[in-house]
Structures are given as C-alpha cells and as structure tokens.
Write a protein that binds this ligand. Sequence first.
Ligand code: NAD
Length: 255
Amino acid sequence: MGLMDGKRGIIFGVANDKSIAWGVAQQLHAAGAELAFTYLNEALEKRVRPLADSLGSKIILPCDVGSDEAVAAVFNELEQQWGTIDFVVHAVAFANREDLKNPFSQTSREGFNLAMDISAYSLLPMTRYAMPLMPEGGSIVTMSYLGAVMAVPDYNVMGVAKAALESSVRYLAAELGAKKIRVNAVSAGPIKTLAASGIGNFKQKLRTMEERSPLQRTVTQEEVGKATLYLLSDLSTGVTGEIHYVDGGFNISAL
Ligand code: NAD
C-alpha cells in the first residue's frame, strides 16, 4: 500500500535529473502516484521524456507557463485523459541573468515583470485551471526560497518574486480551503540545479549552509521530494497556506 496509491497529478518544472521537480517525481512515483509532466521547449523535451518514461508516465506535454492558453491546454488534456486530478506541483522560476547579477536597484522593468510572471503569477492560472479537475479536493505545492523573507545576497529580483509567490500561497489557500483544495510551499535550501546556476556566488551559499545550519549540511533533492510528498498526501490534510522549510533549520539559526 503506497501513500499515493490511486492518486494522479501533474508536475511542472522538470528540466533534467538534477531538477527539484525530478526529486519530487521520484518520491511520488515510489509512493504509488500516477504522474503527468510538462516541459518548456523542444530542447528540454529530449531530457524530460526519457525521465517521464522511466516512471511509466503516459502524459508528457509542452507548456510555457508565461501563456494562460498553454496552461489551460495542459489541464484540458488532463481532463480528456483522466477526468480528475489530485495534485499539482509548481516548480518553475525564471529571471534574466543580468537582472540577477546587477545591483537590485538596476533591475529593469521588463526583467522585474518577467521574473514575477513566470515565477509567481504562473501559480494562479495553474490553480485556476486545476480547480475544476479537483471536485473532491486536492493539494497544490510550489517551491520557494529564504530570499522571499530576507535580503539574501545575489537573489535580488527572484527574492521579490518568491515573496509574491509565498503571499499568493496564503491568498489561494484562504480562497480554496472551502473546496478542500490545499495550497502550500516548500522553501528549500540551496541545491545545485540549472536554475541555481543563474544565482551569483552559489557555491558560497552551499558552504554557508554547511557552516551555519543546525544540521551542518546542505539538503538534497530527495529531502525536498519527501517533504513535498507529505504536503501532497493525506498525511497533511490539516495543513494549508504553509511555507514549509526544508533547509536544515538554516532559517531559524542565529548568525
Ligand atoms: P531547474 O532549472 O531544474 O527547474 C526550473 C524549471 O523552471 C525548469 O524545468 C524550467 O524549464 C522551468 N521554467 C523556466 N521558465 C519556464 C516557463 N516560462 N514555462 C515553463 N517552465 C519554465 O531548477 P530547480 O532549482 O529545480 O528549480 C525549481 C524550483 O525550485 C524553482 O521555483 C526554484 O526557484 C525553486 N528553488 C530552487 C532552489 C535551489 O537552490 N535549486 C532553492 C529553493 C527553491
């Protein structure tokens, strides 16, 4: 008996086998869930398709979350194929490299809006189109970072986008609670991924985690996957609107 036996859901954000979304997918699969995946573009499709195939997934769809139509098309396809779903994983983020590198005050208007659109706003259309497919309730989880609540060096515009994302989690949770749809975030410690390669001094952030977090180490993709599994499963039916830290306690540790 798996924790997720009989449950179906979709994962946005696998780029390769280092992706946090892939860590989540492996945990969900091991717990018995049936999974659908999306990929951003053809170049990434080549990486995502074999990974999805390896977990027996039959639904692998293109989706640029910057387009409401593209997000709607994904949920339309899920409705055709499955009728209903139980969960959604939102693990996507984007900011221009120069907007992350430049001093925060120099962030362009266009770059600010782009980071907000892809990294925060996209949770809204995803939730909007998922809702009709969750008549008996469901669970939605997104990925955040400590830079949402503190001025973490080099995180810049992405920190502002994560703050908007975390606030969106609370507003969506408040709105959807009556429909038994829960919305939560996992705030992960730094993990070496494609997206992380755009953050300046990333290696230093990993070292700081090892030096200062209570657990005295960095966290793994697998650990983020396990916490996400908890939030998507019936183990957490009383939990919504929460920002769940998986960072070895770094966020509570004194300098
Ligand atoms: P990743 O590069 O593996 O994943 C980011 C994903 O976002 C990729 O799959 C990419 O294709 C997708 N994406 C970007 N723009 C998109 C668009 N317009 N439409 C659809 N998809 C798009 O990196 P990751 O670190 O696994 O990132 C996943 C999530 O975890 C992100 O929200 C990230 O901010 C968050 N996070 C990462 C860390 C870390 O240290 N790696 C820490 C905390 C939170």
